[in-house]
Ligand binder design. Structure first.
Ligand SMILES: NC(=O)c1ccc[n+]([C@@H]2O[C@H](COP(=O)([O-])OP(=O)(O)OC[C@H]3O[C@@H](n4cnc5c(N)ncnc54)[C@H](O)[C@@H]3O)[C@@H](O)[C@H]2O)c1
Length: 253
């Protein structure tokens, strides 16, 4: 049997019920890809329908990325209804919903919940996605970190630590799966005006982010899409273990 290549495989985007994840999912769909939009939010099924639905190869899957059984069940459904996965975008995170908390006031349960979603989530999804990538003979894993990992996040110690962890996870996994034709990279966005950010962040914070950039304008989810599409493409086949900052020129690695 001919192996489906990278471009024919299914794309999984986690945290795709809205915000930046939905922008990634729409961009892959526009390329004619079959896309599984996964989110713990039940509205993901409706969102997938709005983008085109199963007739267009788009499936909404309710999945809690921090929960092993939920991830395994979600991937089993994706494989049964859409086929083997060749691209995974690990975008789901506790981010907008996470209150700002002084570091000593972060309780252990919240710390563990952040690590569970933001770090265990990418691990569980990658572990399951690699099954299909091995069968396809190629794969791309794109993990979403944050420039918070580089500059520190005010009153978000758990979030910053989890997003720095994503970078180490990327490097270590890249070394283990490179021989299988699978690349693993990180995109680190700067402050980006997703609908959640626009609704919850004070204007002064958003303005300060703009002022700190070489390109002094607000970032929108679509600013991140090109880099994710590139890393998921054949053109990026020799790029792995890397972190690409997409922030209009604030953090220079
Ligand atoms: N917007 C920014 O300024 C910014 C900056 C840097 C990095 N990021 C990162 O980009 C990604 C998307 O950001 P956003 O602004 O759209 O955030 P968001 O908080 O609006 O979206 C996160 C999505 O993940 C989903 N999610 C949360 N927990 C989940 C779980 N356990 N299982 C499955 N889905 C779950 C949420 O329902 C939501 O749809 C996140 O990884 C975030 O950390 C965002």
């Amino acid at each position: 049997m001919t192996k489906p290549g990278l471009a024919e495989g299914v794309v999984v985007v986690t945290g795709a019920a809205g915000g930046i994840g939905l922008a990634y999912a729409k961009a892959f769909a526009a390329q004619g890809r079959r896309v599984a939009l996964c989110d713990r939010a039940e509205r993901v099924a409706t969102v997938a329908e709005e983008v085109g639905g199963i007739a267009a190869g788009l499936l909404g899957v309710v999945m809690d990325v921090s929960d092993e059984a939920s991830v395994n069940a979600g991937f089993a459904r994706i494989e049964a209804e859409l086929g083997d996965v060749s691209v995974l975008v690990n975008n789901a995170a506790l981010f907008v919903d996470l209150p700002f908390t002084k570091w000593r006031d972060i309780d252990v349960a919240t710390w563990d919940r952040v690590m569970g979603v933001n770090l265990r989530g990418p691990f569980l999804c990658a572990r399951r996605a690699v099954d299909g990538m091995e069968r396809a003979g190629a794969g791309r894993i794109v993990n979403i970190s944050s420039t918070t990992a580089h500059v520190g996040g005010h009153q978000r110690l758990h979030y910053a630590a989890s997003k720095a962890g994503v970078i180490g996870f990327t490097r270590a996994l890249a070394r283990e799966v490179g021989g299988l034709g699978i690349t693993v990279n990180t995109v680190a966005p700067g402050s980006t005006q997703s609908e959640g950010v626009r609704a919850r962040y004070p204007a002064a914070v958003l303005e300060a982010a703009v002022a700190a950039r070489a390109i002094p304008r607000a970032a929108v989810p679509e600013d991140l899409v090109g880099t994710v599409l590139f890393l998921a493409s054949e053109a990026a086949s020799f790029v792995t273990g890397q972190t690409i900052v997409v922030d209009g020129g604030h953090v220079f690695l």
